[in-house]
Design a protein around this ligand. Structure first.
Ligand SMILES: [Zn+2]
Length: 414
């Protein structure tokens, strides 16, 4: 019964993804030869067609990857991949904690290896073809090595702690593990701007007196205190531009990608920042964090229950080992199976996120002239070759940001 519903949701999910991709391709291709009226005079036909081609190319790679992922998932579960790994590691390693960590690590390694060619293809073929990639193979390998080292340094103690709690705290382990999870996330948020991000990029204080003055004035107007304005060498990896807030409490800072500074004028940057401030003012970030903690508690409670059910293991093609802990197995199966079911509620999260984006746009429009944000958005969509004509259904399902035309139309009327 469980196997059947797993297969049903998996197939239906792949079917839905294909259907949405087909719609997106049809819609983008159908609008390829005309710039939407709102953008005529701001975005050239050539640029619009480049965005269409970029979108179509990405849809194709994503679709292929989704198929490969689905096959890998079936291979690991119903076709016995995980059972094979579990049995062999069980013979090779005696120490229970080491054995379980090795099992988790080997599954992650399988996923990493399958994902690697896609990641290489995206960077050095797809992104390069459209002129976005700035990354050298050498930097790619360095990033990979650093990412791996970081994953081991942070992930290994976390996983070991959760496995230890599962084995030693009885039925209360879900609550303990949740507490560890929340603490870990807060620690990462705290360490990200000053410890983790600098491993990958250089951050230098913004060295533009006029812009600094303008940003400070905006902050004062919005009643916002801030410690630092930094510029990040995003151009090292990609031509895509962005700006973000990071850290919390006294340590929060604004980070501009150098690519963004190169492209937007002072008023546009101010409007983009006001949008980001809008997210703070409306407490979107805090709300998202609390929501994610509540959801993760739900996941831990469900995991605590299913990990005690034999059907959960056998239904996914694995036999729990008698007389030995099967906690790692439960964790792996859970993380493999859950997305098959939660995929269907993803649009809900994206809907909430789009609502937040409108609110932040509105806040920006209340602090800066809306036309500054409009022209910044036009430039950003143009530079990122984001399609202006997505399929509405595809967009409603996947997009965390509303389509450009709708955002700009609202700003124009606001
Ligand atoms: Zn936003």
């Amino acid at each position: 019964m469980f196997t059947l519903s797993f297969v049903f949701f998996l197939l239906a999910g792949v079917g839905l993804r294909m259907w949405l991709a087909t719609r997106q391709v049809r819609c983008v291709r159908g609008h390829r030869d005309g710039v939407p009226t709102e953008f005529v005079g701001h975005i050239s036909l050539q640029s619009h067609q480049r965005a269409a081609d970029y979108t179509l190319a990405r849809v194709r790679v994503n679709l292929l990857e989704q198929w490969v992922d689905a096959l890998l998932l079936v291979g690991l579960t119903l076709l016995g991949g995980l059972q094979f790994l579990n049995r062999h590691l069980g013979v090779l390693i005696d120490d229970e904690l080491t054995r379980q960590l090795a099992l988790i690590a080997s599954v992650l390694a399988v996923f990493g290896l399958v994902e690697l060619p896609f990641s290489i293809w995206r960077k050095f073929r797809l992104e390069a073809r459209f002129g976005f990639n700035r990354m050298t193979p050498r930097l790619f390998i360095a990033d990979l090595a650093k990412g791996l080292a970081l994953a081991i340094a942070l992930g290994l103690p976390l996983t070991a702690a959760i496995l230890w709690l599962m084995a030693n705290t009885g039925t209360a382990w879900t609550w303990w593990a949740w507490g560890v999870w929340v603490a870990f996330n807060i620690l990462i948020l705290w360490a990200f701007p000053t410890v983790i991000a600098p491993l990958f990029n250089k951050f230098v204080p913004l060295d533009d007196p006029k812009l600094t003055e303008q940003v400070r004035a905006l902050m004062t107007r919005c009643g916002f205190t801030l410690n630092g304005l930094f510029v990040m060498d995003g151009s090292k990896r990609s031509a895509h531009g962005n700006a973000y807030f990071t850290g919390f409490g006294k340590a929060r800072r604004i980070v501009f990608f150098d690519t963004l500074l190169a492209r937007l004028d002072g008023n546009e940057i101010e409007a983009v920042l006001a949008h980001e401030l809008g997210h703070f003012k409306h407490r979107h970030i805090l709300r998202r964090m609390i929501l994610s903690f509540i959801l993760s508690l739900g996941f831990f409670l469900v995991l605590g229950w299913v990990s005690q059910q034999v059907w959960f293991y056998t239904g996914l093609g694995v036999l729990p080992q008698l007389g030995r802990p099967n906690d790692a197995l439960a964790l792996i199966l859970f993380f493999l199976a859950v997305p098959v079911f939660t995929f269907w509620v993803a649009p809900l999260g994206n809907w909430l996120s789009r609502r937040d984006e409108f609110q932040a746009d509105q806040y920006s429009a209340s602090q800066c002239p809306p036309r500054a944000l409009i022209s910044a958005l036009v430039k950003l969509y143009d530079d990122n070759a984001a399609t202006l004509t997505p399929d509405p259904m595809h967009s409603a399902f996947y997009d965390s940001h509303p389509p450009a035309v709708i955002r700009i139309r609202r700003l124009g009327h606001g």
